[in-house]
Design a binder for this molecule. Structure first.
Ligand code: ATP
Length: 444
């Protein structure tokens, strides 16, 4: 993990937030390459959910909702983690994660294991961030930053049903920020207090719920494989009955083998009719499906809920490689081309040569109308290749002496390091085709 954190910082993917003020625990800012990569993850998710299907529509709901939403959903009373304090070291721990935590005084021991440890009884701590709406600070102005995007979807069920003229099975997909006052954030981007979620609520006739639950687990697992995660580092773990959330009839996690061990990348839950029933009771608005023949029922909900931040971390961990090529070390991110922040680099071999620069700039102008590409004329060509390898750029086009003679360029492949010559005029079509080719990680 340290290597990933250091690469992210060195190459401007992710910075610790508020650094000039000493930081803020477990808050991060995404830099240029980080933004581009995370945007690619979100775009691929939306493609798979919305563009490539006919049964899912998109939504973008507000972050601050009517607080009654969170009463109805059970979050005000039930969205809690058990917390214990140590009176000796003054640290706080999740009572259900003591075995994974370290004692503040003796890090080799778990909290509660040394004679000096003095833990309080566990108490329930609500993870929602509270705020107030408007200028008056009283009970009626209390509001919450959403701890999940899902509720913004349920409260729009009727709008979508009517206005988008949908009938079950159909889904509503949303990407957006969520906030949880996690007791023990950490492990870089894995657990932060402000993060993004990619959630889709799929509304189905109740008798089809089990079938769609199985379907979505496989669809989501396949999506991670499609974008490069090694199958050997992915597994599906069904929840035990005692870990199920209050709303869930069944749930399975897609887990990735992070450097911290197998951990949740995405959760898929069968939420039954819990949410629509709760909001119907609380709001007085009937959230049900009424068919043309008069049949009516409350749909069941299957929810694949993932996060672009945890996906980002898994993709970087999976892509990271160090190797020695021609006696020189190289660090390379073997990212799927559709995820890589920069699709191609354009490199004039001799930056002082005006003709080469002219050709390179011409190619840049042509390619950047269509792709995220980068021009680099700074330093030895070998160093420029290595800089691109580190940010995962799949292709590099080099303009050299021969380009001036015959208008061809060299293209270098990040993974195989193979080089071939192409006509300058054909580069754009070549890149288009190359980025579309099926890609699998060369890693075992
Ligand atoms: P965990 O058990 O790890 O706390 P969760 O089961 O509470 O996660 P969900 O409520 O299922 O998480 O949220 C769906 C997805 O949102 C997670 O799979 C993860 O990708 C993302 N997510 C949840 N909490 C965080 C967080 N604190 N930081 C980053 N991503 C998160």
């Amino acid at each position: 993990m340290d290597k990933i954190v250091s690469l992210c910082r060195r190459r401007g993917f992710v910075f610790p937030s508020s650094e000039i003020y000493g930081g803020l625990g477990s808050a991060y800012d995404y830099g240029h390459y980080g933004v581009l990569t995370k945007n690619n993850i979100k775009a691929r998710w939306l493609e798979a959910m919305v563009q490539e299907r006919e049964d899912i529509v998109a939504i973008d709901s507000a972050i601050i909702l009517n607080p009654r939403v969170w009463e109805a959903s059970g979050h005000v009373t039930g969205f809690t983690d058990p917390l214990v304090d140590c009176r000796t070291c003054k640290l706080r721990f999740r009572a259900d994660q003591l075995a994974q935590s370290s004692c503040g005084r003796k890090p080799s021991k778990h909290p509660g294991e040394t004679p000096d440890c003095d833990l309080t009884e566990a108490r329930q701590f609500n993870l929602m961030f509270k705020t107030q709406v408007g200028a008056l600070e009283d009970a009626s102005s209390v509001a919450y930053l959403r701890p999940e995007t899902a509720q913004g979807i349920f409260i729009n069920f009727k709008n979508v049903l009517q206005l988008a003229r949908r009938k079950p099975p159909f889904g509503i997909a949303q990407i957006g920020k969520s906030f949880r006052n996690e007791i023990t954030p950490g492990n870089f981007l894995f657990r932060t207090r402000e993060f993004e979620q990619m959630e889709m609520e799929f509304f189905v006739p109740p008798q089809e719920a089990d079938e769609w639950f199985t379907y979505w687990i496989e669809q989501r697992r396949a999506w991670y494989v499609r974008y490069g995660l090694r199958e050997s580092h992915l597994r599906v773990r069904p929840h035990e009955a005692d870990e199920l959330a209050h709303y869930a009839r069944a749930a399975s996690d897609i887990e990735y083998l992070y450097p911290i061990g197998w951990s949740e990348l995405e959760g898929i839950a069968n939420r039954g009719d819990f949410d629509l029933t709760q909001h119907t009771e609380s709001s007085g608005t009937k959230l049900e499906y009424v068919g043309e023949g008069g049949e009516r029922y409350t749909p069941n909900v299957i929810e694949p809920a993932g996060g672009p931040d945890r996906t980002f971390l898994a993709l970087l961990v999976d892509a990271y490689d160090e190797e020695v090529v021609a006696d020189r070390d190289r660090t390379v991110l073997r990212l799927h081309p559709a995820i890589a922040p920069i699709k191609a680099a354009i490199l004039p071999l001799i930056p002082r040569n005006g003709d080469m620069v002219g050709k390179a700039r011409g190619l840049l102008d042509d390619l950047r109308r269509r792709f995220m590409v980068e021009y680099d004329d700074n330093g030895q060509i070998g160093r420029r290749y290595r800089r691109q390898d580190e940010i995962g750029t799949p292709f590099a086009f080099t303009i050299d002496d021969q380009t001036l003679e015959d208008d061809t360029v060299t293209v270098r492949d990040r993974d195989s390091l193979a080089q071939e010559r192409l006509p300058l005029a054909g580069v754009r079509a070549w890149l288009e085709e190359a980025l579309d080719r099926p890609w699998r990680t060369p890693k075992e």
